[in-house]
Design a protein around this ligand. Sequence first.
Ligand SMILES: Nc1ncnc2c1ncn2[C@@H]1O[C@H](COP(=O)(O)OP(=O)(O)O)[C@@H](O)[C@H]1O
Ligand SMILES: [Mg+2]
Length: 322
Amino acid sequence: MSEPILRVRDLRVEYETPSGPAQAVEDVSFDLAPGEFLAVVGESGCGKSTLLFAIAQLLTYPARLAGGAVLFEGVDFTSLRPEELRARRWRDISVVMQSAMNALNPTLTIGAQLADACRAHTEWPDERIKERSAEVLAMVAIDAVHLKSYPFQLSGGMRQRALIAMALLLEPKLVLMDEPTSALDVVAQRSLMKQVATLRQSLGFAVIFVTHDMSVVAHHSDRLAVMYAGEIVELGPTGEVFHRPEHPYAKGLMEAFPSLRGELQPLLGIAGNPPSLVNPPAGCLFAARCSFANDQCRTVHPELVDYGDRAVRCHLVAESRA
Ligand SMILES: Nc1ncnc2c1ncn2[C@@H]1O[C@H](COP(=O)(O)OP(=O)(O)O)[C@@H](O)[C@H]1O
Ligand SMILES: [Mg+2]
């Protein structure tokens, strides 16, 4: 792997709650190569959004960074001052939020919002701003006439694409995407994914894309990280993890999705619920739902072990690979 553009190390995030701190992201570490597309999947509440916010240093109360480092091109974002971070966000790392309706300002035209972002981060003259704004809209197949449109005048799919255009405005090297397709119908989801993949190839930015829906990223991502209860439980090349998952939770998750060829398969949901994040159990966080769990699983917390081709957090996998 070439020199990583991003190294996430032992990242931990807690939410302050009336019953004590909830560990929403626990001990997350991974590297991202320049131009790489990493998908992060897991059921709702497993910490995907919190992880993205922690990487972009956008956490706000009651969330708190409890430990770890986020090294972007060697610079630790967790130690930057707010004004240094502001200068780097959008330029180096940009974020596409889950809801376009919340992320866009309803009272400003798309053109005015693109111009605001340019003025906040560059010294470009108005002509250049207009030119670049039309250019990024064209990248996501939106006609420049919509520079004059308000968000409510665009369809859901167009609004989501406008957000992606904003994220690409200053040619960032890394784009973080939080379920950008989840509000769209299946056809619009597929077309948006295809556009993101094509843009990534032509512009060369890296992507971290979080979703609860495997089928969205199965075709387009290089690597897949499966999260459970705030932890990465399996990480490896997408095809490998998708077709030959090793962690029992990843197995259940992959079986819950129709195959890549679109054949219908029975949905084998995983019985039970994720553990409390305030008082997590001592052993493996998945043990209570795992039909293979033994005494060690219930008492000793497993580490994410790197086997070279992939990393898995499971005692049973460690045993069978030994
Ligand atoms: N404001 C909050 N206060 C307390 N707990 C929170 C808050 N926001 C999120 N959480 C908890 O953090 C965990 C991770 O949430 P989140 O990152 O939104 O998950 P995901 O994006 O995977 O659905 C969840 O269990 C959720 O209950
Ligand atoms: Mg989320």
